[in-house]
Ligand binder design. Structure first.
Ligand SMILES: Cc1cc2nc3c(=O)[nH]c(=O)nc-3n(C[C@H](O)[C@H](O)[C@H](O)COP(=O)(O)O)c2cc1C
Length: 311
């Protein structure tokens, strides 16, 4: 039987506060502001995309070198370069609004008040489906660390953002912790509508000839296929403990990767470094999910979420 003659597959997933046409989103920082990818793919086919992190003002990020390739991965120390909320709202958002896909804005701040200012400002502008609260960046002033490393700091930021906006908030967690479940539960109790995990793993690389770090910032964040098994384990651990939806991120470059995340309990997935390897990675995964469903007589993709069989 040809795929055309079979019943169509329902790829949609429901996050409760947001229904996505399919569970595949592009991850923040790897997809620009979306418009950079329009020469390569039709944004309307995506479940959604998350734009680069925004502070209240423009940021230059760290000086180069800011990227190093590693075995199966990439270390980045971009340092949250961004255009700031005003330029985004006036110059970029109007062009994105016409797309029939969920636009999610990644929100950054040096302290909780800045996170609140960013969402309050953007609340005055139509076309944003949800905010992804990036509490997992190493640049936030919390004794030099980021708020997603401690349950109490996570709670403070999420509670402050929760009070500042009525739009849905997705809290993005750091993997650089011993007990990610305790951080996830803090974000849930503070009013987060969903969780996204993981951000990058703190990493470094050294040039043996010069004996100097390869990144100007010394440290960077490791992403890509190298991190997938660890990120998958964290998504599994969190998804079975929380009652809000989880978005799985980390090393997803193929349909098999995406399926693994859905099966361990993610309601949706984000593709990050995969967009650099092949700008059509998201679309290939969406097509692959449809094919998987057809091949396995699955009429609704969401029926596989959380179906991992633990002996
Ligand atoms: C170059 C680069 C820039 C990134 N910028 C952001 C950012 O602005 N905000 C954010 O929350 N995550 C950012 N991330 C993290 C990704 O969104 C994603 O969580 C991480 O790369 C893991 O997914 P992956 O293995 O599919 O890349 C960035 C990652 C890379 C590689």
């Amino acid at each position: 039987m040809s795929p055309q003659s079979r019943d169509p597959v329902d790829l949609s997933v429901d996050l409760g506060f947001l229904k996505l046409k399919n569970p595949v989103l592009a991850a923040s920082g790897t997809f620009g502001y979306g418009k950079e990818f329009t020469p390569f793919l039709d944004l309307d086919r995506l479940g959604g995309f998350v734009v680069k992190g925004l502070y209240t003002s423009p940021r230059a990020g760290n000086p180069p070198p800011r990227l190093v390739e590693t075995a199966g991965g990439l270390i980045n120390a971009i340092g949250l370069q961004g255009v700031g909320v005003e330029r985004f709202a006036h110059e970029i958002l109007p062009g994105l609004r016409k797309h029939k896909t969920a636009l999610i804005v990644n929100v950054c701040g040096d302290d909780e008040q800045e996170y609140a200012s960013v969402v309050k400002y953007l609340d005055g502008h139509e076309g944003i489906a949800a905010y992804e609260i990036n509490i997992s960046c190493p640049n936030v002033k919390r004794g030099g660390s980021c708020p997603a490393l401690k349950p109490e700091d996570t709670r403070t930021i999420v509670e402050t953002v929760r009070k500042a906006t009525s739009r849905p908030i997705i809290t993005k967690l750091s993997p650089n912790v011993t007990d990610i479940v305790s951080i996830a539960l803090s974000a849930q109790e503070a009013g987060s509508d969903a969780l996204a995990l993981v951000n990058t793993f703190l990493a470094m690389a050294v040039d043996p000839e010069t004996r100097k770090p390869k990144l100007s910032n010394v440290f960077g964040g490791l992403s890509g296929p190298a991190i997938k098994p660890i990120a998958l384990r964290m998504v599994f651990q969190v998804a079975r403990e929380v009652s809000i939806p989880v978005v799985g991120i980390g090393g997803i470059v193929s349909v098999e990767d995406a399926l693994e995340y859905l099966i361990v309990g993610a309601h949706a997935v984000q593709v990050g470094t995969g967009n650099f390897i092949d700008p059509e990675t998201t679309l290939k995964i969406i097509d692959g999910l449809e094919k998987h469903c057809l091949d396995h007589s699955i009429s609704r993709l969401d029926s596989i979420i959380g179906t991992v069989e633990i002996p």
